[in-house]
Ligand binder design. Structure first.
Ligand code: SAM
Ligand code: SF4
Length: 467
């Protein structure tokens, strides 16, 4: 990709134009923002301190729940005065919301002063989009329905931090769960060639990164679109894990998210169990413990199949940390169906869970289903679920007290000069007394106190056997 390094200066008429991006939503959006920062850096932009000193301000939005959309819109409205204090400021809205039918019109109505609206599929066209936003009087709208063939395999990225990096292995999702807007906002599955992924990981290792997280909406479907499902030439997620594990000297930890239980095979669990650097953390979104709800959600697995997958993981990787996503109050969810979710949570004993109230997304099949539950009823179920899950998480963390874990130290804990934080291989946050010199090192830490979500510990000085 050829980018004119003078473009930013030309657009803003100043030597060091500044950009600020506000990001909402999942890791995909966070990584897209890193890529946009990377492209803009090649155009001559530097990162602004914040929105107040930006010449270009972008809002990278999330559409997965209405609360996320409202959150982004609230923030866009809040920063409107900047347009008056700096008339040369270019403001753009991008990401998932503009991809949804009707939303571009809504955004234009609510924020008529915007210069630019674009979606998820054309971030590689940012140089031309910003130039147009400067030269055209009307709001420039450029939203693509799908990723064009010109989408480059490799894009520059200005990553947050220098220890942990996201690596996209595939875009989009072919699953069409009935409640979910992601297939609309992110398009069809499209895997990146494994050579390109491996080269990116090796480059990150060369730059000193210690941990990578392989990203996709359904990483277990990796390769199907590119290499076929079976037979000669097939190359799946398990094969990718093995390839990266064996060929990434310098990288200490490999993570992956998000998984789809339907496509997660026993072979993949075996390959993960064998791969040394691949961490023992499995984010396995279940959504519901009830077969009838799972059917209405079109999740394409049932409770028994899900539990079989959990069983494989526990059998082959006994100390695995398992986390999940759950939706309560899906249309028509009865008290009995909700009870099945509670019983599944008790049965699996998740280490942590993201728990959401169902949010209707226009255009999805679930939006056509009869939804008799009121918001207070949904809230009450969410509260009950959280109580059960938080009790389990706390008990699991309490059982970790006294054990020793390898922690990759990420830096000083906020505001404290003598406490550092890092994560276990199972992705549990641990804080302990220490200083900046530990940053980037993997050190043994004995757990001394447990909370529901985090652990506290102390550095182990003498050699010990790790948990
Ligand atoms: N691809 C991933 C998967 O299948 O689990 C994650 C997609 S989504 C960004 C993350 C989570 O948001 C989902 O696992 C689901 O629990 C939740 N979610 C998606 N659509 C939702 C909706 N309409 N209402 C409430 N929660 C929703
Ligand atoms: Fe949405 Fe389902 Fe795809 Fe996950 S698998 S992104 S929940 S459609």
């Amino acid at each position: 990709m050829q980018i004119d390094p003078e473009a930013g200066r030309r657009i803003h008429g100043k030597p060091e134009p500044r950009v600020h991006i506000e990001t909402f939503g999942c890791q995909m959006n966070e990584h897209d923002s890193e890529i946009m920062y990377g492209i803009l850096a090649q155009m001559g932009y530097v990162k602004a301190q914040g929105p107040d000193d930006a010449d270009l301000l972008l809002f990278n939005t999330c559409a997965v729940r209405e609360s996320a959309v409202e959150h982004a819109f609230g923030r866009i409205g809040q920063l409107k005065p900047l347009k008056y204090t700096n008339p040369d400021l270019i403001i753009g809205v991008c990401g998932c919301v503009p991809q949804v039918e009707g939303q571009v019109e809504r955004i234009k109505r609510m924020f008529p002063y915007l210069d630019l609206i674009f979606g998820t599929h054309n971030i590689h066209r940012l140089p031309e989009l910003v130039e147009r936003a400067r030269s055209e009087r009307e709001t420039v709208v450029d939203v693509w329905e799908s990723m064009g063939d010109d989408f480059p395999d490799i894009l520059p990225a200005a990553r947050e931090g220098d220890l942990k990096a996201w690596v996209t292995i595939m875009y989009g999702c072919d699953k069409h769960c009935t409640y979910c807007i992601v297939p609309t906002t992110r398009g069809k599955e499209r895997s990146r060639p494994y050579e390109v992924i491996l080269a990116e990981v090796q480059e990150l290792a060369r730059q000193g990164f210690k941990e990578i997280t392989l990203l996709g909406q359904n990483v277990n479907a990796y390769g199907k679109d590119l290499y076929g499902r079976h037979g000669e030439g097939a190359f799946d997620f398990g094969d990718l894990i093995e390839l990266i594990d064996r060929n990434s000297p310098g990288i200490e930890r490999i993570r992956f998210t998000t998984n789809h239980p339907k496509d997660f095979t026993r072979k993949m669990v075996e390959q993960i169990a064998r791969a040394e650097k691949v961490c023992e953390w499995f984010h396995l979104p279940v959504q519901s413990g009830s077969d009838s709800v799972l059917r209405r959600m079109k999740r394409s697995y049932n409770r028994k199949q899900y539990l079989r997958l959990v069983g494989w993981i526990r059998e082959l990787i006994p100390d695995a940390v398992i986390t999940t996503d759950i939706i309560v109050g899906f249309p028509g969810e009865t008290e009995e169906e909700f009870q099945e979710t509670l019983s599944l949570v008790e049965e699996v004993q998740y280490d942590a869970a993201f728990m959401f109230m169902y949010s209707e997304r226009a255009g999805t099949p679930a939006a056509q289903m009869e939804d008799r539950l009121s918001v207070p009823e949904k809230k009450e179920r969410l509260q009950r679920l959280m109580e059960v899950q938080n009790r389990i998480a706390r008990a699991k963390n309490e059982a970790r007290v006294g054990k020793v874990y390898d922690i990759l130290v990420e830096g000083l804990d906020k505001g404290k000069p003598d406490v550092v934080f890092g994560r276990t291989r199972g992705n549990i946050l641990v804080t302990f007394p220490g200083d900046e010199s530990l940053r980037g090192r993997i050190v043994p830490v004995r757990i001394t106190r447990a909370g529901t979500w985090t652990l506290e510990g102390e550095l182990v000085e003498s050699p010990v056997t790790l948990a």
